[in-house]
Design a protein around this ligand. Structure first.
Ligand code: PLP
Length: 392
C-alpha cells in the first residue's frame, strides 16, 4: 500500500505541543516548528481505524491489557529485532521518560553517580539531577563527523563508583545507531564494574536502511541481567499523545524494584486507546513504517544536499537512525542566544538549539525531518536567507 507523506496537514489550532506554542516559546505564532520529535504525518490507517473504533464506544473507562496486546509487542521485537521477550519481563508505563526516572529512583540511591553520554536527549539530565543523583558525564567524541563513545572516560567514571549508565540507543540527537561491537565493549565495562544500564531504545525502529539496531539486553545474558530497556510504539508510529510505553526487565530483582515504584506512584494502568493503537501498529502497520523510513531517508538526503549547496559553512552529521538531523553550525561563530534569535526572530523557524543537549551541543542545531519535504524546504529556505542576511 502506498502512503502519502507529502500531504501537508494543518495542525495549528489542534492543541498541538509542536504547532500551538509558537507565541509562547518563540515569540511568534507563525514560526515553522521543526523541533520536538513528533511527526507531521498522519498515522498508519490501521491505527486511525483502531482509535476511531475505540472513540466510537463513547465510554472511556479503565482499560485492561490483554494477551493479544502482549503478543503484539513480543511478536514485533521477535520479527523486527530478533529479540525474544518473555511476557513476564514487561511492565507498562505512561512514557519512556517516566520509566527513565523510575529506573533511576529504584536502582540507585540519592547522591549516587549516574553516567550519561553527551550531547543527549535533555530529560536524561533531569532524571539524574532532579532525582538528587550526581551527573557523571562522558562526552561523546566527534571523529570525522561521527560520534563515538569515549571508553577511557567511561571506565574512569565506573572506577570512581558510578552505579548506573543511561544509554541512548539509537542516539538522539547525534543519530548514531551503535554497532554490536560498540555495545559489547560498553556492556563488558558495565559488567566489569557492576554498573546497571537503563537503555532508552525508543528510536529502535527508526533505523535507516543500511544500519541495524541491536537491543543492548539481547546481546548477552550478563547484559540482560543488569538492564532496564525502555520502549514504546510512540516514536515509531507517531502516537506519543497516547502515552503508552513499556519496559523490559528480565532480572527479577530489578523488575520487582521497578514495579514497586510504578505501584507507589499509581501509574500502572494503561491508556484507554493505548493497547488498541499498539496492536494496530505492531500487527498491521509494518508497510507504513517501511515507507516512512524511505521518506525520512529522502528528506535527509535532500537536507544534506540543500545545506551543501546553500549553506556550505554548515556541516550535517549524517544520521544512521532517528528522523533527526544534527547540524554543526559552529563556523557561524554564533552563541546559543544568537542562534535562537536567528531562528525565531529572523528566519521564523524553530529547530532545536544544541546546547539543550549538553555543553558540547553548543553551536549545533537539531532539525526534525519528519515532515512533508516542501515544508522542510520552506524552513531551510527561511533559515538560509536569514543566515545570508545576518548583520545587514
Ligand atoms: C531518546 C528519547 N527518549 C524518550 C523520548 C520521549 O519518550 P516519552 O514521550 O515516552 O516519555 C524521546 C522523545 O523524543 C526521545 O528522543
Amino acid at each position: 500500500m502506498s502512503h502519502d507523506f507529502n500531504e501537508r496537514t494543518l495542525r495549528r489550532g489542534t492543541l498541538s505541543y509542536k504547532w500551538d506554542q509558537g507565541e509562547n516559546l518563540f515569540g511568534d505564532p507563525e514560526v515553522l516548528p521543526l523541533w520536538v520529535a513528533d511527526m507531521d504525518f498522519k498515522c498508519a490507517p490501521a491505527i486511525v481505524r483502531a482509535v476511531n473504533e475505540r472513540a466510537a464506544q463513547a465510554i472511556y473507562g479503565y482499560t485492561i491489557r490483554t494477551e493479544e496486546y502482549v503478543q503484539a509487542i513480543t511478536g514485533w521485537f521477535r520479527r523486527r529485532h530478533h529479540w525474544d521477550i518473555d511476557a513476564a519481563w514487561l511492565t507498562d508505563s505512561p512514557g519512556v521518560v517516566p520509566s527513565l526516572s523510575i529506573a533511576v529512583q529504584s536502582l540507585t540511591e540519592p547522591g549516587d553517580a549516574v553516567i550519561l553520554q553527551s550531547p543527549v536527549y535533555n530529560p536524561f539530565y533531569d532524571v539524574i539531577l532532579k532525582n538528587g543523583r550526581k551527573l557523571a558525564e562522558s562526552p561523546l567524541l566527534l571523529k570525522e563527523n561521527r560520534y563515538e563513545m569515549d571508553y577511557d572516560r567511561l571506565e574512569e567514571l565506573m572506577k570512581d563508583g558510578a552505579k548506573l549508565l543511561l544509554l541512548c540507543s539509537p542516539q538522539n540527537p547525534g543519530g548514531r545507531v551503535w554497532t554490536k561491537e560498540e555495545l559489547v565493549r560498553l556492556g563488558d565495562l558495565c559488567v566489569k564494574y557492576d554498573v546497571k544500564v537503563v537503555a532508552d531504545e525508543i528510536h529502535c525502529d527508526l533505523v535507516l536502511p543500511e544500519h541495524r539496531h541491536f537491543p543492548f539486553a539481547s546481546l548477552s545474558e550478563a547484559f540482560a541481567e543488569r538492564t532496564v530497556t525502555c520502549l514504546a510504539p510512540s516514536k515509531t508510529f507517531n502516537i506519543p499523545g497516547l502515552q503508552t510505553s513499556f519496559t523490559v526487565i528480565s532480572n527479577r530483582e530489578l523488575k520487582r524494584k521497578f514495579d514497586r515504584m510504578i505501584e507507589a506512584l499509581g501509574i500502572g494502568s494503561v491508556n484507554f486507546f493505548g493497547p488498541s493503537a499498539t496492536m494496530a501498529a505492531y500487527n498491521e502497520s509494518e508497510d507504513w513504517l517501511d515507507a516512512l523510513l524511505g521518506y525520512v531517508k529522502a528528506n535527509q538526503e535532500f537536507a544534506v544536499r540543500y545545506l551543501d549547496e546553500h549553506l556550505p559553512e554548515l556541516t550535517p552529521v549524517p544520521s544512521e537512525g532517528t528522523y533527526l538531523l544534527w547540524v554543526d553550525c559552529r563556523k557561524l561563530s554564533l552563541s546559543s542566544a544568537e542562534l535562537k534569535r536567528l531562528m525565531y526572530k529572523e528566519a521564523k523557524i524553530a529547530f532545536n538549539e544544541g546546547s539543550l543537549y549538553g555543553r558540547n551541543g553548543e553551536g549545533f542545531l537539531r532539525i526534525n525531518l519528519a515532515c512533508p519535504q516542501d515544508l522542510l524546504k520552506e524552513a531551510l529556505d527561511r533559515f538560509s536567507s536569514a543566515v545570508k542576511n545576518r548583520g545587514e
